[in-house]
Design a protein around this ligand. Structure first.
Ligand code: HEC
Length: 197
């Protein structure tokens, strides 16, 4: 008895081989595209020396949410760093967040735990009162979070993690750099610190 064409085993075997082959090519293309988009210095993730600049948020009417913008010179702790020094500082901050396991309580770019606030845009958090006070308040908070607790009605406090002044500066650099990443509006509904012109 002859089978209809669509029920032949050979046809399905060929189909499986073709679909797999085509998807391998598509996934390779997507992987290269993702790497391009997430590399620092690329389209969405600014280079590390962005910490020498002012980072602020602006409503993008086309996209329907706020997006980070990079403004005039605003060196972190008043020091303009070379690209290499900025990278080293941000790297040290990232390693500190890993060594102290900040993700045990916080999320970074949405990854981690939900006990404490997401740190992706912490640099722009209104809790730092204004741009003039921010750097000092962040350093004080990171080194002595119990006595500088704000808790925002949650009653939750961050424990003292024995962060040195040097580590705190690196963490602030890491957080400033992270706030410049275009995250497609994540976290939703975030209201940034009041921005001075
Ligand atoms: C045991 C849980 C825990 C760990 C671990 C932890 N935090 Fe926190 N963190 C909190 C809590 C709770 C708050 C909110 C309390 C407050 O603001 O007083 C907070 C607040 C913060 C804030 C202020 C956020 C904002 O935008 O207002 C920053 C910045 C911060 N943490 C950074 C860090 C860093 C960096 C690390 C790792 C070195 C870390 N935290 C590790 C619990 C934790």
């Amino acid at each position: 008895m002859s089978q209809p064409w669509w029920s032949s085993e050979a046809m399905w075997r060929k189909c499986a081989i073709w679909v797999t082959a085509v998807m391998v090519v598509v996934l390779m293309g997507l992987t290269f595209d993702t790497v391009r988009q997430i590399t620092a210095g690329g389209e969405r993730v600014p280079g590390y020396d962005v910490i020498n600049k002012k980072i602020f948020y602006e409503y993008d009417a086309d996209r329907g949410y706020q997006v980070p913008r990079i403004g005039e010179d605003a060196p972190l702790f008043g020091q303009t760093l070379t690209a290499a020094d900025a990278e080293a500082l941000v790297e040290k901050g990232k390693l500190t967040t890993q060594a102290k396991n900040c993700m045990n309580c916080h999320t970074l770019l949405g990854n981690g735990s939900y006990f404490a606030p997401d740190l992706t845009k912490s640099w722009l958090d209104p809790a730092w009162i204004n741009e003039g006070l921010r750097e000092e308040l962040m350093l004080n908070f990171l080194q002595d979070p119990m006595n500088n607790a704000r808790t925002f009605g949650t009653g939750r406090r961050m424990p003292d993690l024995n962060i040195t002044d040097e580590e705190a500066r690196a963490v602030v650099a890491f957080l400033k750099w992270m706030s410049s990443i275009d995250t497609n509006g994540f976290p939703r509904g975030f209201t940034p610190l009041k921005q001075e012109d």
